[in-house]
Write a protein that binds this ligand. Structure first.
Ligand code: VGL
Ligand code: ZN
Length: 205
């Protein structure tokens, strides 16, 4: 069975949000087309939500660091982010123009460790319900879209491949942070090298 996985399409990553991803509005109609198509075919649609306590240590201000710089958190490489996607705030809600999605998976809830992938935290210490939900629905193939290409989409795709899913990354339904201008293209190359099929929305049947 096939599922659509919508990664972190939340207000804080959209225009005017705390961690705005450039051109992220452009992917909304594309993702909505996909949601419509999947709903019509009675296929599963799942969304992940970046869902941080306000004390989260990935926020520069909570670790006495500078936004955008690199450091170490919980023994792992970390980029210091602005406060974003605080649980139960407007910024953490799914973008209002996105069609409704029934299955929601929250991640990033442990203050001491960041969580880019929808499956595990960055240290693979804890697991979300995502793999369980997919397995319960006999999903073997994943179409993945959303934000951000170079962080949460990348990590989610790599974990999905490791877990044995056949993965289709829909390139025109993703946008990246691009701290370095080439980050998203490098992420796409890496996903491809690891076995993801890089496609466009038009290719989805
Ligand atoms: C994300 C940075 C921090 C993402 C989440 O959704 O890609 N990026 N938290
Ligand atoms: Zn985050």
């Amino acid at each position: 069975m096939i599922a659509l996985l919508v990664v972190d399409v939340q207000n804080d990553f959209m225009k005017g949000g705390a961690l705005e991803v450039e051109k992220s509005l452009e992917i909304i109609p594309i993702i909505n087309n996909l949601i419509k198509k999947f709903n019509e075919k009675k296929r599963l649609v799942v969304a992940t939500l970046d869902w941080h306590p306000k004390e989260h240590k990935s926020f520069a201000i909570n670790s006495n660091k500078v936004i955008g710089e690199k450091g170490i958190l919980h023994g792992l490489d970390q980029i210091w982010w602005p406060v974003h996607c605080v649980a139960n705030t407007l910024g953490s809600e799914l973008y209002k123009e996105l069609l409704p999605i029934n299955h929601l998976i929250k991640k990033g809830t442990n203050i001491n460790i960041d969580s880019y992938s929808g499956f595990f935290d960055n240290g693979k210490l804890e697991e979300t319900d995502l793999n369980f939900t997919l397995k319960k629905n006999n999903i073997t193939q994943l179409y993945i879209v959303g934000l951000a290409t170079d962080y949460c989409v990348l990590s989610t795709v790599l974990d999905a491949l490791e877990l044995g899913y056949k993965v289709f990354l829909i390139q025109n339904a993703c946008r990246g942070v691009n701290l370095l201008p080439e980050d998203s293209l490098n992420a796409i190359e890496l996903m491809k090298k690891k076995g993801a099929n890089i496609i466009l929305e038009q290719d989805v049947v």
